[in-house]
Design a protein around this ligand. Structure first.
Ligand code: ZN
Length: 478
């Protein structure tokens, strides 16, 4: 009996000893996402069923099958069962604080930019409104699976503050324009404003500061050249609207102007790898060659372009030419959505209509454009846009158990043609879980509800009067 008991005891010690040794061999991580269908969006578009994504600090440190759970442990385990795990989407063009004006000026105003947007902003914008509206906008983005957005607006320090509080990543371009605006009393005052902003946020983990000259027709040649030099010395992006309107070249009041806005940018020496153009609708083949040679990024904004009746960008041609093309929504007055879900199907369908070809822009290519494509457009593909070891942990989990997500034969098709923002279950940015089970863990809607109601009531009366005037204004597109 004694011997048996001794053997048993030794066995228990050895077994538990082995267990301890095995436990000790596990590497410590911070968060592990397991059980989901992982769309890596890597160069082979690998899909890992029942995949595991291991996060430490702000990075993905391991990615693979369930065996990884023998190697890593983390205090935070997220069960993504029946979910699609994918890179957070990248909205490559927005004016997020205009969410304060979302739903206004929808009465069919022809000259909407000059007769409605600019006067509305001139009267209503303030530092406080930009901060509060950015909070609403970034909550909307986080809840709908966008983890990075690029923006052109004013008081970018306020946008940066609000964005960081919610926990999103952003490329924030301080607007430069030829007339006085909310944060610059002098024309082109944004150039000076941007200096302080860029110096403050140059090394921020979430915010990439940038210049945002509004367009070739609202910023002079000299100022575009000055911005180009400054962007080079600070090594920051330049975000600009280009070829949005069919007659845009006639708006450039410069005797040296070339045939198209892209040729003009090239001719005056400002088209380079730091440039990200928004829209790029009316582009000739030569324009596309110039953009590719410059290694510039492009934000294709199909839903906003359809709503604004500005045209269909040659996005399929640029995608096939391996150019840096991502997806954007434009501002919340232009597409009314800040997330990319509806934009995904527009992105495909508009190209199919334009090219009379139902075989192009298949869902896998659309999801590629919304993730790694956006990262490429912003020149951030080494850090963002796919789930790969060494990249930033910007990850979303999309559930597939709601009626609209069933059946789910092809995850790419399900995402592009079935999903909506409410299917996003969990959002992780820079390794931080900012939404889980649809519950915001940083800033909630309840935190900002009062300020949203306040700005809504402040804006409503003025906006209504402005609509009456704007509707009589002549179109610039005629
Ligand atoms: Zn825009």
């Amino acid at each position: 009996m004694k011997l048996k008991s001794l053997v048993f005891s030794i066995s228990v010690i050895l077994l538990s000893g082995c267990g301890l040794a095995k436990e000790k061999q596990k590497y410590n991580a911070d968060v592990i996402v397991n059980n989901g269908q992982v769309l890596t969006i890597n160069s082979t578009m690998q899909i890992i069923d029942d995949g595991v994504v291991v996060i430490k600090d702000d990075q993905i440190i391991a990615l693979g099958t369930v065996e990884l759970l023998n190697q890593y442990q983390a205090p935070k385990m997220i069960d993504a069962k029946d979910g699609i795990v994918m890179p957070g989407m990248i909205n490559a063009h927005n004016h997020l604080p205009m969410i304060a004006f979302r739903g206004l000026g929808e009465e069919g105003i022809s000259n909407r930019l000059f007769a409605y947007f600019f006067p509305l902003e001139s009267e209503m914008l303030s530092r406080e409104l930009i901060y509060n509206a950015t909070k609403l906008g970034t909550i909307d983005l986080a809840q709908s699976g966008v983890t990075t957005y690029a923006d052109m607006y004013y008081h970018m320090d306020e946008m940066a503050k609000a964005t960081k509080e919610v926990g999103l990543r952003a490329v924030l371009g301080e607007t430069v324009i030829k007339f006085p605006v909310v944060d610059a009393k002098q024309p082109y005052g944004g150039i000076e404003y941007a200096k302080g902003f860029i110096e403050e946020y140059q090394n921020d983990p979430l915010i990439t500061p940038a210049y945002a000259p509004h367009a070739v027709y609202t910023v002079s040649k000299e100022k575009l050249q000055e911005i180009n030099k400054l962007s080079e010395s600070y090594d920051v992006p330049v975000l600009i609207h280009v070829a949005e309107f069919p007659n845009e070249e006639t708006r450039i009041k410069d005797p040296t102007q070339a045939k198209s806005p892209v040729e003009y940018l090239d001719e005056i020496g400002v088209l380079d790898e730091r440039v990200v153009i928004a829209h790029g609708i009316h582009l000739s083949e030569h324009d596309q060659v110039l953009l590719k040679e410059a290694d510039a990024g492009i934000s294709y904004n199909p839903m906003a372009n359809a709503k604004g009746a500005t045209g269909i960008a040659p996005a399929w041609d640029m995608y096939r030419a391996d150019m840096r093309i991502g997806l954007g929504t434009d501002g919340p007055m232009s597409s009314n959505q800040v997330d990319l879900w509806r934009t995904l199907s527009y992105a495909a369908n508009m190209q199919r209509l334009k090219n009379s070809d139902r075989t192009i822009m298949v869902p896998e290519q659309v999801i590629e454009m919304a993730t790694i494509g956006g990262a490429k457009a912003l020149h951030m593909e080494n850090e963002l846009g796919s789930l790969e070891v060494g990249k930033k942990a910007d990850i979303i989990i999309v559930e597939t158990q709601s009626a609209n997500m069933m059946p789910n034969y092809d995850p790419y098709a399900t995402l592009v043609y079935q999903a909506n923002p409410s299917n996003v279950d969990t959002t992780i940015v820079n390794g931080e879980v900012i939404m889980e089970n649809r519950k915001m863990l940083t800033v909630t809607l309840d935190d900002i509800r009062d300020s949203v109601e306040q700005f809504e009531s402040n804006i409503a009366t003025f906006a209504k009067e402005l609509s009456k005037k704007a509707i009589k204004s002549k179109s610039l597109m005629d």
